[in-house]
Design a protein around this ligand. Structure first.
Ligand code: ZN
Length: 247
């Protein structure tokens, strides 16, 4: 079987020549695989099975995991390794994909979102917090957790001066309806609500195309992150690390 894959995790056991990887593949979703001898840099599969390599893998199904017979690099996101903040964010994206993408099922849309996000991150053409928010919201929607951002969930008003996002309920409420209730509600400016609606409801090709101030992107990233953490009811080590170093 031949499929394109992004390597999202690399486990190297001391003293072993083989490299064990977790990959997000186009045709099989998340898989675990071992690449024989890939820890030897002279091995032809070495570069193509490193973390953040996007490669064409030739796979063989073993008893409890796949065996990489051959790996050819397509894009290697090595530039991300030169910037600790970008690398930390990329590793968080990988951890999230490992949790949210399907196993043994095609995952073309997850792979496309990951590759677009890593390209934008490497090219410096988007604010990293914007990339983070788009990836978080689009990916959790793909996994079946879609927030309802159409209107106030109580009275149905489409917009008001101040709206609140409820990460746990996954919906929005207007100021009037939010009075005296809802733990963890997050205030949303009209800009912020418009950005979240754009990310969730736009065509894939347009989901990164919107502008905000840097402060706006920071608030957006807080909202999308709170939604992820509340819906999945868990934390991510890579996210905690990113938050300790992000500016
Ligand atoms: Zn209302």
């Amino acid at each position: 079987m031949i499929t394109d894959a992004l390597i999202i995790r690399e486990n190297n056991n001391i003293g072993e020549a083989d490299r064990f990887v977790t990959a997000l593949t186009r045709d099989l979703g998340i898989i675990r695989a071992s690449a024989k001898g890939a820890r030897n840099i002279k091995n032809s599969n070495s570069a193509a099975t490193q973390l953040l390599s996007y490669s064409r893998l030739s796979l063989h199904k073993g008893r409890d995991k796949y065996i990489v017979q051959d790996a050819k690099p397509i894009t290697v996101f090595f530039d991300l390794r030169d910037d600790i903040e970008k690398l930390a964010l990329a590793q968080y994206f990988c951890e999230l994909a490992g949790v949210l993408a399907p196993q043994e099922e095609p995952a073309e849309d997850f792979l496309r979102l990951m590759l677009n996000s890593l390209h934008f991150l490497a090219e410096n053409r988007r604010n990293p917090k914007q990339i983070k928010a788009v990836l978080e919201l689009r990916m959790i929607c793909m996994a079946g957790f879609m927030p309802d951002l159409v209107a106030c969930s109580s009275c149905g008003v489409f917009e008001s001066e101040k709206m609140f996002f409820l990460p746990r309920e996954g919906c929005i409420v207007c100021e009037k309806c939010s009075a005296g209730q809802q733990w963890g509600k997050m205030p949303m400016t009209p800009d912020l609500l418009a950005a979240m609606r754009h990310i969730v409801y736009s065509e894939f090709d347009k989901c990164f195309s919107f502008k905000m101030s840097d402060a706006g992107f920071a608030s957006l990233s807080k909202c999308s992150e709170s939604f992820i953490l509340a819906q999945l009811d868990r934390g991510f080590k890579t996210l905690d690390f990113y938050n300790t170093i992000s500016k």
